[in-house]
Design a protein around this ligand. Structure first.
Ligand SMILES: Cc1cc2nc3c(=O)[nH]c(=O)nc-3n(C[C@H](O)[C@H](O)[C@H](O)COP(=O)(O)OP(=O)(O)OC[C@H]3O[C@@H](n4cnc5c(N)ncnc54)[C@H](O)[C@@H]3O)c2cc1C
Length: 492
């Protein structure tokens, strides 16, 4: 392997694979080093025993034109990974499964209307009068200018929502969506981000989830392959053990296969593992080390992969009751064992997005999950898994007749796959660092670290948005910083 590169990128998750491809496209010689055997990070798509699936429910949120599309276009690979959309009758039915206080399960059904609020009214059995606060809230969301939204950076979305006396069902739906998008409580999410991305960008704009043929991870495999096809190198099973620092600058990496050097190093391994473990505290100002050590992780997700011999679930969606959405206080109560009767559940069924991802006999893998403690050693995942199973059997009564195999996953599985646990309580986080008011917007960690030549990419720094989208966005933005610092002409 050639040890001389312009740039080394550690990790081929959504952030790392994106920046590596964009820098290769800009003409740099890139080494992309990934510890797993394929690209994708937490959104990796696996192919096993005739099925293709992500490890856990991963659908790109919000759907619609996205940074993924821009990435594929920029590297001229959009035809290799086309969007994959389920038939409308499948995607419009059953995506919301709502547990009423009197114990019934209601399911969203397609309605003949262009107004997304009409399906809300039907799903939650609300009259026009009861829907009025929801209508007012929706109108307020669309009336806000971009500047007005920016000004809400220090107001929690829960406080903003409290201006409207929302009925319990729609409030629970919004709360669960916010939990799912941000993996923190709405009492800590900045209203600016929540309104822009979740309320306006997804829910009220009739947003859809998004998936690509071959799986979400396929988009990132294509990005990693692009690096190898354009003068760079993509190495798998190459766990970076250390970042080399020489004369006060990051100049390379140490892997089991040897040392490699470059003009700069970009890390997708997470800000805490990168600074505290791979580089070492001694190379940073003490106050920066303290700041990094104290960053809070997002919540985690634990769940079950069900292998079924017949279709049971629609392509993707949410199941919940009125108390299934969590503030920080409810999360802490659940951590201590006091869960609501109905946990919030998310699921995705990859073969309904792309029929090529399952045998042609109607069998399917369903990925289902709920909130859990990001601490890989916490026992909350076990509790979460047991509660998912009990609730899923209740919400989908035929499920029990069709399970041929089930595989639980915990936040330890997430940490093992993608992120070293280097500070107490973190490692199995779903997103990366938590998108709280203290850590979002202008308070978000900078992608340029204080160590010259070392950058952070992915959900921890540099991007906007949520989840995988945020990581891909970070790939674009950090690519521009690196090109600027290396004096290379910006991308066109
Ligand atoms: C259970 C679950 C469900 C989710 N559902 C969704 C969803 O529905 N929609 C959505 O958009 N997002 C979802 N996400 C979140 C999404 O997957 C993450 O936000 C996103 O993958 C983070 O991207 P990233 O590039 O920051 O890091 P990661 O995906 O964590 O990628 C980091 C990469 O770096 C590699 N790496 C780490 N350390 C080293 C090292 N020392 N040497 C070499 N390589 C290394 C890892 O192996 C990995 O490939 C989910 C996540 C989980 C866990």
């Amino acid at each position: 392997m050639d040890a001389q590169h312009d740039i080394i990128v550690i990790g081929a998750g959504p952030g790392g694979a994106s920046i590596a491809a964009l820098l290769a496209e800009a003409g740099l010689k890139v080494l992309l080093a990934e510890k797993n055997d394929r690209a994708g990070g937490k959104a990796m798509t696996l192919h096993r025993q005739g099925y293709g699936y992500e490890m856990w429910p991963v659908i790109a949120i919000p759907g619609g034109p996205s940074r993924y599309d821009e990435l594929l276009k920029q590297i001229h690979r959009e035809d290799d990974v086309p969007l994959s959309v389920p038939p409308p009758d499948l995607s419009q039915n059953g995506g919301i499964v709502y547990h009423t206080d009197d114990g019934r399960w209601l399911r969203m059904a397609a309605v003949e209307s262009d107004n997304p609020l009409d399906s809300f009214a039907q799903t939650f059995e609300l009259t026009a009068e009861e829907m009025q606060p929801v209508v007012e809230m929706a109108m307020a969301v669309f009336a806000l200018s971009e500047d007005e939204i920016d000004a809400l950076e220090e107001i929690p979305i829960l406080d903003w929502l409290a201006r409207y006396d929302l009925p319990a069902g729609p409030l629970a739906y919004i709360g669960v969506m916010l939990n799912m998008f941000f993996l923190v409580g709405p009492d800590r999410i900045p209203a600016s981000e929540a309104i822009r991305i979740c309320l306006r960008g997804f829910m009220l704009a009739g947003g859809e989830f998004q998936y690509w043929r071959g799986g979400i991870g396929r988009t990132l495999e294509v990005a990693a392959e692009y690096v190898a096809e354009h003068g760079g190198t993509f190495v798998t099973k190459a766990k970076v053990e250390r970042i080399i620092v020489e004369d006060g600058r990051a100049t390379g990496i140490v892997t089991p296969a040897g040392e490699f050097r470059a003009r700069a190093v970009v890390s997708n391994a997470g800000i805490q593992p990168t600074v505290l473990k791979l580089t070492g505290e001694e190379h940073f100002p003490p106050e920066y080390v303290e700041y990094v050590r104290n960053l809070e992780p997002s919540w985690g997700i634990a769940g079950i992969r069900y292998f079924l011999d017949a279709p049971v679930f629609p392509p993707a969606g949410l199941a919940f009751g009125d108390r299934s959405w969590w503030t920080t206080q409810r999360y802490e109560a659940a951590r201590a064992g006091d869960w609501p009767d109905i946990p919030q559940l998310y699921w995705s069924t990859p073969a309904l997005w792309d029929p090529g991802l399952a045998p042609a006999d109607g069998s399917q893998v369903v990925l289902i999950g709920t909130l859990a403690d990001p601490d890989p050693d916490s026992s909350m995942s076990e509790d979460a898994i047991a509660r998912i199973h009990a609730t899923a059997l209740e919400a989908w009564p035929s499920l029990g007749d069709h399970i041929t195999r089930q595989e639980p996953y915990s936040t330890k599985s997430v940490s093992n796959l993608t992120r070293d646990a280097v500070v107490p309580g973190a490692g199995g986080e779903c997103i990366g660092i938590a998108q709280t008011m203290e850590q979002e917007g202008r308070n978000k960690p900078k992608a340029r670290t204080p160590l010259p030549g070392l950058y952070i990419v992915g959900c921890d720094a540099g991007g906007r948005g949520v989840a995988t989208h945020q990581a891909v966005d970070s790939g674009f933005r950090v690519a521009d910083l690196v090109l600027e610092d290396l004096g290379v002409a910006p991308r066109t």
